[in-house]
Write a protein that binds this ligand. Structure first.
Ligand code: NZQ
Ligand code: ZN
Length: 385
């Protein structure tokens, strides 16, 4: 196992009715800005429940954080905070609202042009406003981690940043609040959590037995509850397991002391930035092709994955690895998520621009061995046509 330094200060309040706890979680004297996405939290009563729990505290609302939150919108929230002396932020929504709130929290304290936060991947963030979240979409793990991904529309750039200053102080996870999610978002959440797990598991062995078995249990849980979450939306236990699995997939525990890949995410971000494809769908396009491309480097873990996650024990090494990749792809397809670029009306003529974007963003040595250069990324995208 590799050395690690694990830190995660986020308090999780999990279960039906937990939104009421905001009454104690948010400081009594706080002047609160509630940050929201489109209209889902307003429509389904979540916002009303939040406001009731906040009681008499002065509170404002900031609407309109988009899926794939934009710098342009988020800077309006930063201006609002400064004008109104807001001192606590509360994100109510999915990963985009929480990611957006992290950026706003850091940008409000930042000396200089806040886009630098993304350009330096968070290294220059020295402090941030305190904030909490109420999660309504199980997928990203943003509710219990220190990462955020922000898009600058004018540059067609989607970049991540990380900082220990942007862990939420708390996150409320009420599975009932996910009942109103459209099927498309549930399917996206299953795939996003699945790929977060593989990015930290399908690399090379370092003898990290707990991290490996924990990752395998998350993958198996997703394979089991994913289809059920689509078929029976109001099954509390299914939604509870999906929600907690997605959180655990990216809260740092399975990633401590093991190598990380993240090439699928970085290539996927360019697909979203240029072609507006949902985050999880970009991962479903890239991952199967990336696994085929890196079969040799990932051989030991792919064989372990085949046996422990998909129960594949027959055939030679190559056949077992191929079968595991095929099962992975079929799983994504079973959730009605297309795994080819052609499913999104993209063809070979779109590859140059995607590779150029990777170069512009410095994504020239990706993966656990930093061996995925621009040629490899092109080959992976080509393999996904
Ligand atoms: O905007 P509203 O009206 O709220 O609707 C949202 C949005 O249209 C809707 N929704 C959310 N909760 C709902 C609901 N609809 C009905 N009922 C509810 N309970 O769902 C749509 C998608 O929401 P979004 O927040 O964009 O989805 P998700 O949680 O998948 O977040 C995706 C973003 O997270 C980033 C992605 O890149 C993408 O920008 N990621 C963040 C990560 C992190 N911070 O660690 C890691 C991930 O890899 C990911 O990159
Ligand atoms: Zn993701």
């Amino acid at each position: 196992m590799q050395n690690f330094d694990f830190y995660n200060p986020t308090r999780i309040c999990f279960g039906e009715g937990q939104i009421a706890k905001l009454a104690d979680l948010v400081p009594q004297d706080a002047k609160v800005l509630i940050l929201l996405g489109g209209s889902s939290a307003r429509r389904n009563g979540t916002l009303e429940e939040v406001k009731q729990a906040l009681g008499e505290r002065p509170q404002f609302e900031f609407d309109g954080i988009e899926p794939n939150p934009t710098y342009e919108t988020l800077m309006k929230a930063v201006a609002f905070i400064k004008e109104n002396d807001v001192d606590f932020l509360l994100a109510v929504g999915g990963g985009s609202v929480i990611d957006g709130t992290k950026f706003v929290a850091a940008a409000a304290h930042y000396d200089g042009e806040p886009w630098e936060i993304l350009q330096t991947f968070g290294a220059k963030v020295m402090s941030a406003m305190p904030f909490g979240s109420v999660l309504t979409l199980p997928a990203t793990g943003s509710e219990m981690n220190s990462g955020s991904v922000v898009t600058r529309k004018s540059l067609k750039a989607k970049l991540p940043f990380m900082s220990p200053h942007v862990f939420p102080q708390f996150s409320v996870l009420d599975p009932v609040k996910t009942y109103t999610l459209p099927k498309r978002q549930i399917a996206n959440g299953v795939v996003d959590a699945f790929v977060h797990t593989t990015e930290q598991y399908l690399t090379y062995p370092v003898g990290a037995m707990v991290q490996d078995r924990y990752a395998e249990s998350l993958l198996k849980t997703l394979i089991e509850v994913g289809p059920k979450a689509l078929a029976t939306p109001e099954d509390y236990n299914v939604r509870a397991n999906l929600m907690w699995t997605a959180t655990c997939a990216l809260n740092g525990v399975i990633g401590a002391g093991v190598p990380h890949d993240w090439a699928t995410h970085m290539i996927g971000h360019e697909l979203t930035a240029l072609h507006d494809i949902d985050h999880a769908r970009t991962l479903a396009i890239v991952l199967p092709s990336l696994l085929r491309h890196t079969k040799a480097e990932k051989k030991a873990k792919l064989l372990q994955y085949a046996e422990r996650v998909w129960d594949i024990t027959e055939g030679d090494d190559d056949a077992r690895i191929d079968a595991a990749i095929e099962k992975t792809q079929a799983f994504f397809e079973s959730l009605e998520i297309g795994t080819h670029l052609s499913d999104y009306e993209l063809d070979e003529s779109h590859l140059d621009a995607l590779v150029d974007q990777l170069e512009t963003h410095g994504m020239v040595a990706l993966g656990e061995h930093q061996k995925i250069d621009l040629d490899a990324s092109r080959a992976i995208l080509k393999g996904a046509l």
